[in-house]
Design a protein. Structure first.
Length: 245
């Protein structure tokens, strides 16, 4: 790829790979723009590519047979789409689409599987990411069952903040309601509460983080455990191989 160097990479999965594993991937990676609402994984369809996100935000949505839906995961520069394909399955009932526009690298699924079959370190890292994603999903189920809308909203804003690395989050009330599976009026009320304590400022189509520590205090135990485990998983050497990058 012209103009594409290892030092350009921001995606944390790719950055965690040993240099020889990343070198094997590079000829197959294609830089792509990820426009808002672009579908990365369609329900019950085999994806053609895995996307390693460099900037922006994607949402994974669980869909029921009767049309109900709720967000069950985020993907930013820490992750990839179509991670389920690494586990030997082609399709998933979940749908993944771009929520906040950005860019990333596309890798053909067949190529991903072939390289993972021949590179134990790449496979290990992809399995670590799948483990983290499963933990994040479990934590979302816990939050939905045991925490208030205010706590869940704070957790959700923190997760978006983690991935976008900026204080202005381009989010509408309608979209927040969809992501949390609650009524729009409920989201509006809770945003007003967070504004009242000067944790955020909400305007049309945007939520600005003013005081992250206040959001963390409100989210309490609903946020943080999977994030700590992610850092641990991606800090540990792969099968004892230290990382020079």
């Amino acid at each position: 790829m012209a103009g594409f160097e290892m030092t350009d990479i921001r995606n944390r999965i790719l950055c965690a790979l040993p240099e020889n594993s990343l070198s094997a991937l590079m000829p197959h990676l294609r830089q792509v723009e990820l426009s808002s609402r672009k579908v990365l994984v369609q329900t019950n369809e085999r994806p053609l590519h895995a996307y390693f996100i460099e900037s922006g935000l994607a949402s994974m949505i669980a869909m029921s047979a009767d049309g109900e839906s709720v967000e069950v995961g985020h993907i930013g520069f820490e992750g990839m789409s179509a991670a389920h394909t690494v586990l030997g399955t082609d399709t998933t009932p979940n749908r993944t689409f771009v929520q906040v526009a950005g860019h990333g690298y596309a890798l053909p699924i067949d190529c991903l599987r072939e390289l993972a079959d021949s590179d134990a370190l790449l496979l290990e890292l992809l399995l670590r990411y799948n483990h983290y994603a499963a933990l994040q999903l479990a934590n979302s189920a816990l939050a939905n069952a045991r925490y208030s809308i205010n706590e869940r909203l704070s957790r959700w804003l923190l997760m978006v903040h983690d991935r976008l690395l900026r204080d202005d989050l381009p989010l509408t009330h309608e979209f927040l309601a969809l992501m949390l599976g609650v009524r729009r009026s409920g989201i509006t009320n809770e945003l007003h509460v967070l504004e009242g304590i000067h944790a955020i400022r909400a305007t049309r189509g945007n939520v600005r983080i003013l005081d992250r520590a206040k959001l963390e205090a409100i989210a309490a135990g609903s946020y943080g455990m999977p994030e700590l485990i992610y850092e641990d998983l991606f800090r540990k050497p792969l099968n004892g191989v230290s990382r020079s990058r």
